[in-house]
Design a protein around this ligand. Structure first.
Ligand SMILES: [Zn+2]
Length: 354
């Protein structure tokens, strides 16, 4: 179905009161929403899943309030899904992944205004390094550049060379090489920023366009995270590094111990909920997470939650919102109508691992 046809169909369904009906039918089920950073400049156009407009976020949150959704903490939601406590109708959890500076500066103020609690799944290595996230910033520069080809010299042996930028695989390869080179500077903020500025210059992207000073490619500091926590945003686990070690439960446990220690080292409460980096997981997760005392884990598979007993709590569905999601599609998803459509058309994703 084309997007236009889908939107016309959803619009008709909404007019006929179908969304309202589904909100009633599914009011006892839990929803979990996923966002990442906010947009300070044009980074939402570059990656609309990673950077979300404050204006659209505000529109979404106000709609939730208006339609009777009750935003609850993740902790309360997991307990009610496990049958340990009652939850209000249309209970919804708002989550943010990663720890972007713009999550705190752009999106959290909207929740503050509406007195809505939230959860931030924090990837701790980027907080400790404090540098711009190299792969995201390098890819942004490549996206922003209008060059058709470029010759790089004086970087590193692996980076130097000629690149035909009209080919997507070449752009991706260049992004990876430049990111690996910058990551080599570790937590040296000046060296990492200088390297990005140099790359931007060679790609004919100005410093004003790159806006490194706005911190749009950086994470929050410990102090900012503590302030966030005090404002009702629980800080939870997203791994120390942003990669799920498939088939290696020992590595998963090491990574999560490091992540938990880092969160506690920042003066924050002991975390007990996890979110799979890039939505990647495997069959080893429940045992490894259970041994660490982690009580839930969220995926990026959309769906509503009726109950979360035993292993189900480690594969909780979650809707990844983004710039590509029209308001009408968001309303259909949150009303439970989209999940119904996925089920009747056999397109509902299984929350089980693959
Ligand atoms: Zn992430």
């Amino acid at each position: 179905m084309s997007k236009q046809l889908k939107l016309s169909f959803l619009s008709a369904a909404r007019t006929l009161g179908v969304f309202k009906l589904f909100r009633r039918l599914t009011q006892s089920q839990l929803r979990i929403l996923c966002y990442h950073g906010g947009a300070i400049g044009d980074e939402s156009e570059y990656n609309g899943k990673l950077f979300f407009s404050k204006k659209t976020f505000e529109q979404r949150m106000k709609w939730l309030r208006e339609k009777g959704f009750n935003v609850v903490t993740l902790d309360d939601a997991v307990k009610s899904a496990a049958g340990q406590r009652a939850s209000p109708p249309l209970a919804t959890v708002i989550t943010f992944d990663d720890g972007w500076y713009s999550t705190g500066s752009e999106l959290l103020p909207v929740l503050d205004q509406l007195a809505m609690p939230s959860t931030l799944y924090l990837c701790t290595s980027h907080v400790l390094e404090g540098t711009p996230v190299a792969d995201v910033a390098a890819r942004y520069i490549i996206w922003k550049s209008e060059l058709k080809d470029v010759t790089l010299q004086g970087y590193a042996l692996a980076v130097d060379g000629q690149y035909a930028l009209s080919a997507a695989p070449v752009r991706e390869q260049l992004g990876q090489k430049v990111a690996a080179w910058i990551e080599g500077f570790g937590s040296d903020k000046v060296a990492a920023s200088d390297a990005l500025e140099q790359f931007a210059k060679d790609m004919q992207v100005s410093s004003a366009d790159l806006q490194l000073g706005s911190r749009r490619f950086q994470y929050m500091t410990g102090e900012e995270l503590r302030a966030l926590s005090a404002r009702g945003c629980a800080i939870e686990l997203h791994g120390h590094v942003h990669r799920y070690p498939k088939g290696d439960p020992a590595a998963l446990k090491n990574d999560l111990r490091l992540c938990s220690e880092s969160i506690q080292g920042l003066g924050l409460p002991v975390p007990k909920h996890y979110c799979y980096p890039s939505g990647s997981f495997d069959a080893d997760a429940p045992v490894a997470l259970g041994e660490l005392g982690v009580v839930s884990a969220t995926t990026c598979i959309p769906g509503l939650i009726s109950k979360a007993e035993n292993d189900q709590a480690y594969f909780l569905p979650r809707f990844l919102d983004g710039r590509d999601v029209e308001m009408l599609e968001f309303e259909a998803e949150m009303s439970g109508f989209s999940e119904f459509l996925r089920r009747v058309t056999g397109r509902a994703a299984s929350p089980a691992y693959s």
